[in-house]
Design a protein around this ligand. Structure first.
Ligand SMILES: *[C@@H]1O[C@H](CO)[C@@H](O)[C@H](O)[C@H]1NC(C)=O
Length: 160
């Protein structure tokens, strides 16, 4: 009986977490984690990194509601004297409801604010299109993404 209650409670929490981002528009924040990032390699001109960083719901880096992970690769093609990088990135927001793929030029600068296209999705986000606005909270460490899809995802009536 206690186990059933615990399982129901955990399912309800998982559902609440999933539903808070299974929307036409939502915001998540990514926090860089060193141990899940790796240098893929460098040429004379640029370096490429692969990473998987956790996402939380909302605009705060210390948000407590997990939203999934941002997984991707970035190729740094220029750097400023201050060590800020301009990259080309391809990324996947991996959420409990499905994946949203997006990417493009990524100027990882202080107060950076730019928009990248959504290129597709899976699960509730199958066939996704739209845009992802990125606001750089701290270059190299924290970024907020506001996803704006052209159509609502198909998760509202779905069990996860
Ligand atoms: C910028 O890129 C360089 C190497 O390509 C890397 O060592 C450095 O950590 C990057 N800086 C930030 C802020 O991510």
């Amino acid at each position: 009986m206690k186990t059933t209650v615990a399982i129901l409670l955990l399912s309800a929490l998982a559902l609440a977490n999933a539903q808070s981002i299974c929307k036409k528009s939502f915001t998540v924040t990514e926090n860089y984690v060193e141990k899940t990032s790796a240098l893929v390699g460098c040429t004379d001109a640029e370096c490429t990194y692969a990473f998987s960083n956790p996402l939380v719901v909302g605009t705060s880096a210390s948000g407590k509601t997990k939203a999934g992970d941002n997984i991707g690769t970035c190729t740094v093609f220029s750097s400023t004297a201050a060590g800020e990088n301009r990259s080309y990135c391809m990324m996947s927001l991996k959420t409990p409801s499905g994946i949203i793929n997006f990417g493009g030029e990524f100027p990882d600068f202080k107060n950076g604010d730019f928009t990248m296209p959504v290129t597709g999705g899976t699960g509730a986000f199958l066939g996704a299109s739209g845009a992802v606005r990125c606001q750089v909270v701290k270059p190299g460490y924290t970024w907020t993404y506001t996803v704006s899809l052209t159509k609502a995802p198909t998760c509202a009536s779905r069990r996860i």
